[in-house]
Design a protein around this ligand. Structure first.
Ligand code: MLT
Ligand code: MN
Ligand code: ZN
Length: 311
């Protein structure tokens, strides 16, 4: 037995390429340049029990992700291997796919009280009938089990979802609007942090010794959106620590013992998406991998294979 995961969607909100964007990186994708691979929005699936899969975030692209990954396709008449969904924040790219999961299959949705309240405040999520879709409100740092896997939520510096921002926005709050998740099974430990505004000592302590880290790779340069002419916000302002620069994730995880370090939730402006780019070479030289859709990772063998698509 191993801890096995598949990256369903490796892009940040908007996906890659984004529907309305011809920034220099999106333009490569629209033009079919083979140095880039299109990517769907942020989600992974973990085999939490034998043949039982848990989604970590439910992306707007969930239906196409199910079409592309046989592990999570139906196994019988109204039977699905997907038994649970864990949410790491309330952003559109992480909750919209819940609506795809209507149709009366038993499921449990696990979330902090903050994220759960976001779902309750939006009546469209009532489409998940309460008699079949359970909601578990989970406290930070209180481990629980999904199938055979021990799960723990921990707060990471972040913020409320974009659509709930007010003038009093606090970036860096760790009370449960944005979380990281630790998963342990068969002696292997995986840490998933798709959004994180600051890598501080707490975050470093959480990932120390992990077999696999999947971490926020939204932007390479904090100011790359502005430089690309697509917006004014910095990565940090969006709740995403940049990869490069002082306090960037390359810098901040230096010296932390981690088996495999993999960037995920990658924005379409980020040049690590381009094979052969200086930015890709920089992260790889520092021991990081750049995830792509369909990437399978197993913790015991450090075994990787790409392209898990069904025929
Ligand atoms: C983010 O990660 O910053 C969000 O997905 C932004 C969004 O909702 O587009
Ligand atoms: Mn996002
Ligand atoms: Zn773009």
């Amino acid at each position: 037995m191993t801890l096995r995961l598949v990256v369903l969607g490796s892009a940040a909100g908007g996906g890659f390429p984004q529907w309305n964007c011809r920034c220099p990186v999106c333009a490569l994708a629209w033009d079919g340049d083979t140095r880039v691979k299109p990517r769907t929005q942020s989600s992974i699936a973990v085999e939490t029990g034998k043949g039982r899969w848990t989604l970590f975030n439910a992306s707007p692209d969930l239906r196409s992700q199910i079409l592309a990954n046989r592990q999570i396709q139906p196994t019988g008449l109204r039977e699905t291997p997907i038994g649970a969904v864990v949410l790491t924040n309330g952003d559109v790219d992480h909750v919209d796919g819940l609506i795809t999961l209507r149709e009366r299959s038993p499921l449990t949705v696990y979330a902090t009280s903050q994220i759960s309240a976001v779902l309750d405040a939006n009546p469209i999520f009532g489409v998940l009938a309460k008699d079949v879709v359970a909601r578990e409100v989970v406290e930070l740092e209180k481990p629980f089990e999904i199938d055979d896997t021990r799960i723990e939520f921990f707060g990471v510096p972040g913020k409320v979802p974009l659509y709930l921002e007010t003038e009093n926005l606090k970036i860096g709050d760790t009370s449960g609007d944005t979380i990281g998740v630790t998963m342990e099974k068969d002696g292997a430990r995986l840490v998933y942090i798709p959004g994180c505004a600051v890598v501080n000592d707490d975050v470093r302590a959480r990932v120390e010794g992990a077999d696999i880290l999947l971490f926020d790779g939204t932007v390479f340069h904090d100011d790359e959106m502005e430089k690309a002419g697509v917006g004014q916000k910095t990565g940090r302002r969006m709740g995403h620590v940049p990869i490069s620069g002082d306090g960037g994730s390359l810098d901040a995880f230096k010296g932390v013992k981690i088996g495999r370090k993999i960037y995920i939730h990658i924005n379409n402006t980020n040049r690590i998406l381009i094979d052969g780019s200086r930015e890709r070479a920089t992260v790889e030289a520092a021991g990081w991998e750049v995830s792509e859709d369909g990437l399978e990772v197993a913790a015991d063998l450090a075994h990787t294979s790409r392209g898990s698509t069904a025929a």
